[in-house]
Design a binder for this molecule. Structure first.
Ligand code: GDP
Ligand code: ZN
Length: 348
């Protein structure tokens, strides 16, 4: 059933059934091979030659979560002939190459940002992941794990909630099952969630809990709450009660994003900045600076402000490299970057 994989009228309308092609969803992506689930089978697939011949930009190549058109071949491999337009995507620049970007996941409705209640719960890190999540076009959800181990610190929770403007925060345990039903709601109706979060915070354990089986190897508990990746490739799993999860080890290294979609998150700062006396205020020594006044008065967290300007700086860097990003209104981004280029300060 393709619908249980998230197939809908939107994808159907961009699918061309000519030449014996069938639609499917990429559920596993490895170096040069894919696993594609169709309405009635799961097949191994490779890229049709034309993908290479046309030297397509990396972001136009299939990734996990993509709906694709495939046709079968005699040798047992199917060929991916087309990638259907995406509704959402995680795009990162590949630091090993000058101008390439890479799509890490596609077509998801929600992004689950995992953070452990036991480790130093870093609000800054959550904030960073939130920025990435908003940028993907999907709805972020904050998942605080290991509630069975720690009494929930009300101050810390309040801090995370104050950052997570416009998105739910769930306190969960994969041991007691607390908060798990609420989490499942976010993927009801055949929706897809992407899993984000640092190593050791309990992502694999929660995925296994939701799957009802030990599909993923979990890590031994480590005092410093860091460790190795337990998954080696990007994978989409279907939950027994419906809904899908995309687990993407590579997302942890995401470092540079465009600011589109982060307006809600940094609304307070942009609003304050508009109240500074000078429109190009650097919030340093200028008179009547609303940002500095708010920090001094304790109304604005300095770290929050710095994260925001750090992100703008990363964007300005991106713009200078003249990156090509299909699907993103780059001209608009560039203009906004130009507006904030004065904030290109090394000390943030
Ligand atoms: P990942 O790297 O984010 O996938 O983290 P893991 O799922 O491998 O979990 C890291 C460690 O935390 C493992 O030892 C888990 O058993 C433990 N853990 C994960 N979730 C919970 C939880 O809800 N409660 C408790 N007590 N331990 C947990
Ligand atoms: Zn100012």
């Amino acid at each position: 059933m393709l619908e249980s994989l998230g197939w809908n009228d939107g994808f159907a309308s961009s699918f061309d059934a000519g030449e014996g092609r069938v639609p499917g969803r990429v559920v596993v992506e490895e170096k040069d091979a894919f696993v594609v689930r169709t309405a009635d089978a799961e097949v191994h697939a490779r890229l049709a030659g034309r993908f290479r011949q046309r030297r397509l930009a990396e972001e136009l190549l299939p990734t996990v979560g993509d709906f694709v058109a495939i046709d079968a071949r005699d040798d047992g491999w199917s060929l991916i002939q087309a990638v259907l337009p995406r509704t959402t995507a995680f795009v990162r620049s590949d630091p090993s190459r000058a101008t390439m970007t890479q799509v890490l996941a596609a077509n998801f409705e929600t992004v689950w940002i995992f953070a452990s209640l036991t480790a130093e719960l870093s609000a800054r890190r959550v904030e960073h992941f939130l920025a990435v999540a908003w940028n993907s076009g999907a709805q972020p959800v904050v998942v605080l794990t290991k509630a069975d181990l720690e009494d929930v610190d009300a101050d810390r929770l309040a801090e995370v909630e104050s950052i997570a403007i416009g998105c739910p925060v769930h306190v969960t345990s994969a041991i007691t099952g607390d908060g798990v039903d609420e989490l499942k709601e976010h993927v009801s109706g055949n929706r897809t969630a992407v899993i984000l979060g640092a190593s050791g915070v309990g992502k694999s354990t929660m995925i296994n809990y939701l799957l009802g089986e030990q599909r993923l190897a979990t890590q031994p508990t480590r005092a410093d709450d860091v460790g190795r990746h337990t998954t080696t490739h990007r994978e989409l799993v279907q939950l027994p009660d419906g809904g899908m999860l995309i687990d993407t080890p590579g997302l942890r290294e995401i470092g540079i994003w465009s600011i589109d979609g982060t307006d809600t998150l940094y609304e307070d700062i942009t609003r304050l900045a508009s109240e500074c006396r000078f429109r190009n205020c650097k919030h340093r020594t200028e008179p009547d600076c609303a940002i500095r006044a708010a920090i001094a008065a304790g109304d604005l967290d300095e770290g929050h402000m710095k994260t925001y300007y750090k992100m703008l700086r990363e964007m300005a860097f991106l713009a200078r490299r003249k990156k090509y990003k299909p699907g993103i209104d780059w001209r608009r981004n560039t203009k906004r970057v130009a507006d904030v280029a004065w904030n290109d300060r090394a000390d943030l």
